[in-house]
Design a protein around this ligand. Structure first.
Ligand SMILES: C[S@@+](CC[C@H](N)C(=O)[O-])C[C@H]1O[C@@H](n2cnc3c(N)ncnc32)[C@H](O)[C@@H]1O
Length: 203
């Protein structure tokens, strides 16, 4: 159990952030990586206030957004209504919840649950349909990451080699595996990111 990433902590985070007026824009790595895929069923795991889920819905995807924090989901639903986008919002804990059917795209951007980060990504990989895509954007644990703003908490960081090792070549084809420091609109600091996009091979 990683301290600080429990439900109460995230709910408090979002109450404070929303009071301060935070409402993020879509993640640039998502918009870069997903543009060429044919829209189908997508999951945004740890969707926060829904910028990415709404962007996907606006680009033809049938989207489910899951988050543990009710305040974030309320803001996400409000965002979708204002955008005229249809998204299914589910309040759930990704460490125990599982979807009834796999998704063609599972996306997660900076979601940090109370289990080790790689265990969360391994779990999300199980929810990708054969032929589908997993896109993970996470905080880099690369030593050179220091100096790109305040460091994300220890338990939230991953290295690119650890990430790519999650994908057995017999089951996955890695399409993108890189690190970047692109500024994410709405995020106050430039974090050093790890971006991995992998296709699950047909069964
Ligand atoms: C740093 S925020 C990122 C939110 C959004 N993806 C973005 O990039 O703006 C991490 C999100 O993961 C959610 N989260 C953390 N633990 C979770 C869990 N166990 N189940 C579902 N969501 C969780 C938090 O509530 C929060 O919205």
């Amino acid at each position: 159990m990683i301290e600080g990433f429990e439900k109460d902590a995230w709910e408090q985070h979002w109450r404070d952030a929303l009071r301060a007026g935070a409402l993020d824009a879509p993640n640039p790595y998502l918009t870069d990586e997903i543009g060429t895929l044919r829209p189908a069923r997508a999951l945004d795991a740890g969707c926060g206030t829904g910028a990415d889920a709404v962007w996907l819905a606006q680009h033809g995807w049938t989207v489910t957004g899951v988050d543990i924090a009710p305040s974030a989901l309320a803001a996400a639903a409000d965002r979708a209504t204002r955008a005229g986008a249809s998204v299914t919002w589910i309040e759930a804990d990704l460490t125990s919840w599982a979807p009834e059917a796999p998704f063609d795209l599972v996306f997660t951007g900076y979601a940090h649950a109370s289990i080790p980060q790689l265990d969360l990504y391994r779990r999300l990989g199980q929810w990708v349909a054969p032929g589908g895509t997993l896109l993970v954007v996470g905080h880099s644990g690369h030593p050179g990451a220091a100096g790109h703003g305040d460091q994300p908490p220890e338990g939230s960081r991953v290295t690119l080699p650890d990430m790519t090792a999650l994908f057995e070549p017999s089951r996955w084809r890695i399409r993108t595996a890189r690190e970047d420091t692109a500024a994410v609109p709405g995020h106050p600091v430039r974090h050093h990111d790890v971006i991995v996009r992998a296709e699950r091979l047909p069964a």
